[in-house]
Design a protein around this ligand. Sequence first.
Ligand code: FAD
Length: 294
Amino acid sequence: MDADVFVIGSGPSGVQAAIHAARKRASVVVAGKPSSSSMSGTEIENYFGSPPRPGDEILAEGIALAKSFGAAFLGQNVVSASAEDGRFRFSMEDGTEVVAKAAVIATGISRKSLGIPGEKDLFGKGVSYCAVCDCNFYRGRKAVVVGNDSEAAVSAELMTRYASETHWVAWDAEAEETLARKAAEAGAVMHASKPKAIEGDGKVERIVLEDGTIIPTDGVFIELGARSSADIAMDLGVMPEMDDSVKVGSDCSTEVPGVFACGDVTGRPWQVAKAVGQGCVAGMSAADYARKAE
Ligand SMILES: Cc1cc2nc3c(=O)[nH]c(=O)nc-3n(C[C@H](O)[C@H](O)[C@H](O)COP(=O)(O)OP(=O)(O)OC[C@H]3O[C@@H](n4cnc5c(N)ncnc54)[C@H](O)[C@@H]3O)c2cc1C
């Protein structure tokens, strides 16, 4: 599938970017799940022109508007991205490929934690939230990937290429079947029980599951939900800041020509008004860039 502008994220910033890019007559494809937006399930209390209202309602209306201008919504997460020959290529959970002239990163802040004992204390000492970033440190060592979704499956398959032993802990597996099969065929050992604790003396030594299983390991990769903003940015050649935010200029451009970013992913304040404001700028900038890249 080809697009002028590919928007990664179906929250307010991504939807607004889609609206403004489509209004400039760019062909627009949007990835992401609206139900994963930070806005979903909230009451938005301070948004211009709107009394306090459920975030899901505002989002649904925005998506309907973007669709009416021609934007297509895939309703799926991006599992990998790359930049080649002045074009950006994305793979979705079901294997669909999208090639775009310009990309807008509107992924919000999606890093989720397990909230179990040991996770916080051993962060950076074997606990990681980014297999793509840290896989190289685990050559010939043991690794455990934790997560139920497609991203965890992709990370488990990736870790089998580095680690001497890879385990994948998924207690409520929802990963796309092909990706899950790939991870298993690559040698990832599956465990269907929830993690209870991560243990070790100054560094990760083991993870304990609720069913009593103890897996000795050097690293625990927590991959809950979608591929993180930082991972996607790096896939496209954009180096995230230390806090994983993506730095943008006044036109929402990043350091990579053709890649724009907007919303929570660009840093604080994490607010709908800022997200849609930047979405407007990013959408227009991306459409202009795509037109020149004809
Ligand atoms: C409890 C709560 C209450 C809040 N109340 C308010 C309020 O009253 N007022 C206010 O202004 N703000 C409020 N906020 C903040 C507001 O919701 C966010 O600032 C806003 O949603 C940010 O929009 P965004 O588009 O940048 O990111 P998000 O809304 O988080 O959307 C990110 C999108 O990216 C998608 N995505 C992520 N990874 C991938 C991937 N790999 N592939 C494809 N898609 C991906 C997600 O599925 C999602 O669709 C609240 C937030 C919370 C959590």
